[in-house]
Design a protein around this ligand. Structure first.
Ligand SMILES: NC(=O)c1ccc[n+]([C@@H]2O[C@H](COP(=O)([O-])OP(=O)(O)OC[C@H]3O[C@@H](n4cnc5c(N)ncnc54)[C@H](OP(=O)(O)O)[C@@H]3O)[C@@H](O)[C@H]2O)c1
Length: 323
């Protein structure tokens, strides 16, 4: 039984659909979804705001998923997660978790997705000026109406997650079922990112998850291809120039982790990218990895990584090297 009270278990790999129907066209999006389902994938991630930053992009990700669910009849075999509460892109500091805004986002998402219930509803950003309890009340009301199953916080700090869940406990309401920060084996400065409102997991917060068991769904879990074939070749050539893929993740720490992922991949018969995903999936608390890709081969590769078992020592070795 997973952290969600759904009939279908969410797969440990979650397919991110941010640019489906736009940068990834409808035909390729359907091919990726078909492949994911064929590989046992059951967990889909989209958002109300996707992909508003592209021409005619607003709502296209949810619409594309909705159409695929209808055409294939897969609704009852998928755990559908979407997000609301993202501020408008021209005013990213504005809080967007008022009851009225979340009501508007959720009803639009349900319409676009062509479904009655969102299995897991994420708050895409926090609205820190608003008491967390007020936001919990709104989401608990949606859950009571059956329009969402569970809910969670994406890019929420640990103290705000705790504030929400303490309120929920005190008022006998459902609380945050999970957190969705950015997290990958590659090193990226933790905390707020240059993209407004995105939050990357830090070690202190990882330990909070270990201590409490709060489930974590990691976005950008493949570090945007840092562990892919191009960077593996680059590493084997001694790291000349800049990283061919995901230079924003490059640092001495990340280079060490890339080298150790290559070493374990060779020993275990997997790819370094699969080992990097296995690092996320072999934590001592429930974890899921959201992946993004335009290639069916990467979907297959990522789904196969769920078989990998890493020990605590192997995870520590990947992260910190020999100590
Ligand atoms: N909650 C939030 O605020 C938030 C923020 C960001 C993302 N997300 C969610 O997370 C999903 C995934 O995010 P993401 O796209 O940043 O994650 P990602 O999987 O870390 O990165 C995807 C990028 O990495 C490349 N890549 C992936 N695997 C590769 C491999 N094995 N070799 C080489 N390149 C590889 C892909 O290129 P190719 O297309 O060439 O494979 C793509 O450009 C999104 O769709 C969205 O659903 C949520």
């Amino acid at each position: 039984m997973s952290f969600l009270n759904t009939k279908v278990e969410p797969s440990r790999i979650c397919l991110g659909a941010a640019v489906y129907g736009t940068a990834i066209n409808r035909k390729q999006s359907f091919a990726l979804l078909d492949t994911f389902a064929a590989c046992g994938g059951t967990f889909l991630d989209t958002a109300h705001i996707y992909a508003a930053w592209l021409p005619n992009g607003q709502g296209m990700s949810e619409r594309t998923l909705g159409e695929w669910l209808r055409v294939t009849g897969m609704r009852d075999r998928m755990v559908v997660a979407t997000k609301g509460g993202h501020p408008p892109l021209d005013d990213v500091e504005a809080g967007a978790c008022s009851r009225a805004t979340l009501e508007q986002h959720l009803s639009e998402s349900l319409r676009r997705l062509e479904i009655d219930t969102v299995d897991l509803y994420w708050l895409h950003r926090d609205d820190p000026a608003r008491p967390a309890g007020e936001i919990v009340e709104t989401l608990a009301a949606f859950a009571g109406e059956g329009r969402i199953g569970a809910f969670g916080g994406s890019n929420w700090t640990w103290p705000r997650l705790v504030e929400a869940n303490e309120y929920a406990r005190a008022h006998h309401l459902p609380g945050m079922a999970a957190s969705q920060p950015g997290w990958a084996l590659a090193d990226r400065a933790p905390g707020p990112s240059p993209v407004a409102g995105m939050l990357y997991l830090d070690e202190a917060t990882r330990r909070k998850h270990v201590g409490t068991g709060l489930p974590l769904v990691a976005y950008t879990s493949q570090a945007r291809g840092y562990f892919g074939a191009e960077n593996v070749q680059w590493a084997k050539s001694g790291f000349p120039g800049t990283a061919p893929r995901a230079p924003e993740y490059d640092s001495q720490v990340s280079r060490g982790r890339l080298m150790r992922s290559i070493e374990l991949a060779n020993q275990m018969g997997y790819t370094p990218n699969q080992i990097a995903l296995a690092y996320i999936l072999n934590q001592p608390f429930p974890t899921y990895a959201v992946i993004g890709t335009s290639r069916v081969e990467t979907v297959k590769e990522a789904c196969a990584a769920v078989k990998i078992r890493l020990t605590v020592d192997e995870c520590a070795y990947l992260r910190d090297g020999a100590t």
